[in-house]
Design a binder for this molecule. Structure first.
Ligand code: BGC
Length: 526
């Protein structure tokens, strides 16, 4: 069983325009005003580009089996187009990172696309709205297999394509910020699914026999629980919620087509809106068989749960992914929500989702690629008891699911560091390590959860409840020492102010005064 932690390129690397990297849609998006909380950007973020060795030390400290990271497409192909340019410095950066991980016996699990599309492809072709992305991405993926595949054995084509489609092309809350409600997301998803399949086939044909690795996709889904367990309508609405979320991508990959319920609902609403064809695109017979079976494992990203009830929306309100589903989402106010507004801690939903995957998709091999919780803005509390509770609950439910026969072989805490949280900027902190973004070198400090997760890894799960309790206690004791260090931070900030502001100002003033005095003396002399 693999225990690990994850991160992604855009969220942590910084160095957005260094060493030949081209701009991504996220660079362009964050550089526009009004798109991100406080207009924050990831231009420097955690400075991860310069801190690979330091971060590997943190991984060693945790004793993880694997590290999930992503490659920035525009860092190795500045325009996204292979025949235009390949950036050797970018290749070297990922080569060095992969080598350092392996030297430290940490398995790299590498995502090819964690949302940072080269900006040129967006400007020239409209990004994922355009079918030409399939071949550009396939060239990029093949270059990665060629350069890194001798050492990387776990590949993930796309991370959370649901968010790419829905937030990038439906609501426009994420880059590229397009609001093509009810149409754009379906089209983007359609192209992404085809691209994924193409890349899997490329690997299968060209690289698998030599490299012996695996290629999967990482899908995100919340669990949907019916509000009324006795209401058939709610039961169906909850199933629809999961089908529109996970099934949208998983069904084509495991069964060859979109879920029936999605085809029915989007088709019916499209007809009511006077459209000749469904807004949900269709796969040809050949495409269906080409796409079916193109995942060696399923990467699963899961954070939270919703209660679901049936709610009809009139088609006349206009096309929208959300109203296509005819449902509404509710939460229990008693569920803990320590950080992000959308993220309630509901561990039992995880077990249900895992069992759903087992029955729907033929018990596939699963690696949990993201699971974790955030805390709110400016929180310098290193004693993150709520994260320990969250991890304990979710890992426990995952272990129950394994007992149920679900084929989970790895678990990844999201995330190693506090980092740039997309349109939320730095206001939500998911890290096991706290990052002080105010300081130039972005120092990292362990939270209590580091100690706790480390114990889970070394015990390969939970040992007896008494020990688990004592890890919890020790974790809290350990963090309170580091917490005091952080609390003493104003002092260091003061010291920095003295060296970075006061000293240069006094120095400049001295030079100015000397110059004036000199002028004065010279005049007098004349
Ligand atoms: C994304 C991460 C993000 C997390 C929390 C996930 O779906 O893949 O990049 O940090 O959500 O917002």
């Amino acid at each position: 069983f693999l225990w690990g932690v994850g991160s992604s390129a855009y969220q942590t690397e910084g160095a957005w325009d260094k060493d030949g990297k081209g701009p991504s849609i996220w660079d362009a998006f964050t550089h526009k005003k009004g798109k991100v909380f406080m207009n924050e950007t990831a231009d420097s973020s955690c400075e991860g580009y310069y801190k690979v060795k330091d971060d590997i030390q943190l991984l060693k400290e945790l004793k993880v089996n694997h590290y999930l990271l992503s490659i920035s497409w525009p860092r190795i192909m500045p325009t996204g187009i292979k025949k235009e340019q390949v950036n050797e410095k970018g290749i070297k950066f990922y080569n060095d990172t992969i080598n350092s991980l392996l030297e430290n016996k940490i398995i790299p699990i590498v995502t090819l696309y964690h949302w940072d599309l080269p900006q040129v492809l967006q400007e020239k072709y409209g990004g994922w709205q355009n079918i030409s992305m399939i071949s550009y991405f396939n060239d990029y993926a093949n270059l990665c297999f060629e350069k890194f595949g001798d050492r990387v054995k776990y590949w993930i084509t796309f991370n959370n394509p649901w968010a790419v489609a829905e937030e990038g092309y439906e609501t426009g809350e994420h880059a590229p910020g397009l609001k093509l409600s009810g149409i754009g997301a379906y089209k983007a998803a359609h192209h992404i699914i085809k691209t994924h399949a193409k890349v899997w086939h490329s690997y299968n044909k060209t690289w698998r026999s030599k490299q012996q690795g695996m290629v999967g996709i990482s899908l995100t889904s919340a669990w949907g629980e019916p509000v009324e367990l006795t209401s058939q309508k709610d039961i169906e609405a909850a199933e629809r919620y999961v089908q529109f979320y996970l099934g949208w991508f998983a069904n084509p990959i495991y069964s060859g087509d979109y879920p029936e319920v999605m085809k029915n609902y989007v088709g019916r609403k499209s007809a009511q809106q006077g459209l000749g064809t469904s807004r949900l695109p269709t796969f040809s017979v050949q495409e269906k068989s080409y796409i079916k079976g193109t995942s060696d494992f399923l990467g699963l990203s899961h954070f939270t749960t919703r209660y679901i009830t049936q709610k009809n929306y009139s088609a006349l309100k206009g096309p929208s992914y959300h109203t296509d589903r005819d449902l509404t989402e509710l939460v229990d106010p008693k569920w803990p929500d320590p950080g992000s507004k959308w993220l309630y801690s509901v561990p039992w939903g995880f077990r249900r989702l895992l069992n759903f995957i087992k029955t729907q998709y033929g018990n596939p091999l699963i690696y949990v690629t993201e699971n974790g919780v955030s805390e709110k803005l400016q929180c310098t509390q290193l004693c993150d008891e709520w994260r320990i509770e969250y991890l304990k609950g979710y890992i426990n439910e995952m272990l129950k699911a394994i007992n149920d026969g679900v084929n989970v072989k790895g678990y990844t805490v999201w995330s190693l560091l506090d980092k740039f949280e997309w349109n939320k900027g730095y206001s939500e902190r998911f890290g096991l390590y706290h990052v002080d973004f105010k300081k130039g070198n972005k120092p990292r400090y362990p939270k209590a959860s580091v100690y706790y997760y480390k114990m889970i890894i070394s015990a390969n799960g939970f040992s007896n409840p008494r020990e688990v309790k004592s890890w919890h206690q020790k974790a809290i004791e350990t963090c309170s020492i580091t917490n005091q260090l952080l609390a003493a931070d104003p002092l260091t900030t003061h010291m920095e102010m003295v060296t970075e502001i006061v000293v240069p100002t006094v120095f400049t003033l001295c030079i100015l005064i000397s110059a004036i005095l000199l002028m004065f003396l010279l005049r007098k002399h004349n």
